[in-house]
Design a protein around this ligand. Sequence first.
Ligand code: ADP
Ligand code: MG
Ligand code: MG
Length: 480
Amino acid sequence: SPSNLTVKCGGGVEIKETQDENTSNKPIFETLNSSPDLLQKLIYDALVWTSLHGLVVGHKSVQKSGTVPGVGMVHAPFALLPMSFPKSHWEQACELAPVFNELVDRVSLDGKFLQDSLSRTKKVDAFTSRLLDIHSKMLELNKKEEIRLGLHRSDYMLDAQTKELLQVELNTISSSFAGLSCLVGDLHRNLLNHYEGLGLDSKRVPANGSVNQFAEALALAWKEYNNPRAVVVIVAQPEETNMYDQHWLSFVLKEKYPFTVSKRRGGQAVAVIYFRAGYTPNDYPSESEWRARLLMEQSLAVKCPSISYHLTGTKKIQQELAKPGVLERFMEDKDDIAKLRKCFAGLWSLDDTNVVKDAIERPESFVLKPQREGGGNNIYGKDLSETLLKLQKENSEELSAYILMQRIFPTSSQTFLIRDGICHQDQAISELGIYGAYLRSKGKVILNEQSGYLMRTKVSSSDEGGVAAGFAVLDSVYLT
Ligand code: ADP
Ligand code: MG
Ligand code: MG
């Protein structure tokens, strides 16, 4: 079994190494493991870079670090070197971005599809039910969103056995890390340029315009709203250790564009409401938050996302779209449909009793997912079997709160992961997120593009993968 070894180096940088047989499976790791001085210098330089360039988050242990900027900052967890990723799969993921953008827009317009698909979930999931209530009200009012803005992130893993790029999920609300992820690429390119001896080519780390492209999309939506005095409002959580990711975006907006960006609205017209909150039940501690969400939905402002975009990003809708024939309801282009279907993993609703039986017997091949966002909500392994058995025994309607998904197993490789100034070496796997920005105004597509990427890497023994949730580190791509 692996033993954890902590090497304390000069300059206070700690290197924790998990020792096992296949530690040095790559030349680069041989080089770095055989020259601890070089490794330590690299880590030190990387830590300095993150501090000087705002690749930072609030430290959870420091009071006020989630409310007062500049207090209790620590570098965002990151991988020391970019993660290898095949160019062909990279291109496949990038090409999918505009197709998913279009799909979200089309699905969002089919109110009946959203309500019907989520009708059984509604009975057992109070949070989804409240979202659906807002959606119903908009349908009753026959409210049309003339300007529709989507800032999405579609996440993928590369299945090791089949070599297929498979979608993990599609985020349509609060897609995070557009502000920080482009910095990780900058950091990696900088390190590769300064440490030529590593033999890695910085040009193989693709450019990442995530923060600028999201800012541009928000600015274009503001422009379409066509009121020079109207503001962009960012709805954020009262405490947010990932606030610098959001500050990057609002900073770029304020620097480059002529409007006011605010977290509060004081008697001003609002052009765009950008949600970095509202995706979890915790964001609605009382009725007043629900009233606010309803009010915003009723308003003329461009909502990013609107209630229908939000619902389109639920896991239940992902599963419904994967059913035979469903994509065809929304898309005409055969190539687009084929591209989408190719990246769908196995997805099942829990009224499929055969699959439920199979999942109870072989839980390691599945992931059980509730309709939640933000990481840390999925159920794996023994817990998965036990949960399903319990719900089945109770003949519970609660089964409809979940979906089952094929578990994807990406190839793992040796990685240096840095968190809290400490470097761990371990076998790790990655998840590639591709940002997409979509803007439609009065029947015209103004913007539909891939808008940068987010690479996240986590130790392969961990089930979940959120960076903010504490499972993964930020990474970039090294095209091979
Ligand atoms: P969330 O909306 O909370 O981010 P996800 O569906 O992205 O929910 O799941 C969270 C994490 O769980 C992912 O980042 C990934 O690490 C892991 N995960 C989710 N689905 C799968 C899957 N099908 N196979 C392997 N890992 C998965
Ligand atoms: Mg999500
Ligand atoms: Mg996710």
